[in-house]
Design a protein around this ligand. Sequence first.
Ligand SMILES: C[S@@+](CC[C@H](N)C(=O)[O-])C[C@H]1O[C@@H](n2cnc3c(N)ncnc32)[C@H](O)[C@@H]1O
Length: 330
Amino acid sequence: MTPSKRESKIHISHHAGEGGPFARLAEDVRKGLTKTPRELPPKYFYDARGAELFEQICELPEYYPTRTERALLEQIADDVVTSFRPTTLVEFGSGSSRKTRILLDAMTRARHLDLYVPIDVSEDMLRQTAYALGEDYAGLRVHGVIGDFEKPVELLPGGGCRLIVFLGGTIGNLTADDATRFLRNVARLLSPGDRFLLGTDLVKDVGLLERAYNDAAGVTAAFNRNILSVINRNLSANFDPNRFEHLAFYNREESRIEMHLVARESHQVSIDAIDLTVDFAKGESIRTEISCKYTRAMVEKMFAEAGLRLLRWDTDQDHLFALSLSDAVH
Ligand SMILES: C[S@@+](CC[C@H](N)C(=O)[O-])C[C@H]1O[C@@H](n2cnc3c(N)ncnc32)[C@H](O)[C@@H]1O
């Protein structure tokens, strides 16, 4: 394909009103590292290396969510697509869009595919993916949006009937209040006839859950520590990632996996760009991610609070992961 033809199919923009995905890094790092207990927002994992490490995690034998969700998508994609004939696919937290291809393929088979709108903070991954999809799907227009899915999206590009998706169990990274706020925004974006497909990881055996976040090859640990390199590079900090241990465990009361970085020894870290020094005591931790696990009742409750109506619920035979299709209660 000639460059001009290629360009005309692909459009990448920044979420309106945002100064780029890392615009609030300084503010978030100051806030997160000066509170007790300390925490960092998981969206900062995903620089180019973080996005690549996440891709590796998806292929790990211990990480059941990706392959389970992929198999579910393969089972239901044609059914879902033919039931309401969407022309536009909008995806929050799209990453490499690898599983999304199953939906794009189903839309191609149904001869309705027109526009794909991936929305992600990970700029390199978004650009790379947008161009790859433009090459692989003849006639597909891609409008990538670099931005934070927690900020309300006012107007999504694309007319026609839309399927909005949020896969990978990424909703689990949000607190209950933030998840409800996010879902309310989705409900607002849905016109009559549009649908929302959500992937959620389910409550299950604790051993299986904890192994998924503590893989033998140490890829999740490297992914966790990468957030410190992101801060070093963007805020002139001097974190030594090796002075922090990866810790991931299931918090039963909160129904979530928590990922932490625990100081192996007491030491001080300087973050020059925000003029902050942080004293870590030995054993002190920074919580870097939560990953909530749901039951069907929990998903239905969230939907009801957000103004969404569950239309279909699909899970694998071991009840590891679920896909929920919903529309908005208008
Ligand atoms: C757990 S990965 C899932 C990727 C893909 N959807 C999948 O199912 O494999 C989370 C994705 O969401 C993106 N992400 C995380 N927080 C975000 C935020 N607040 N706004 C936009 N994208 C975000 C990350 O860059 C990453 O691509």
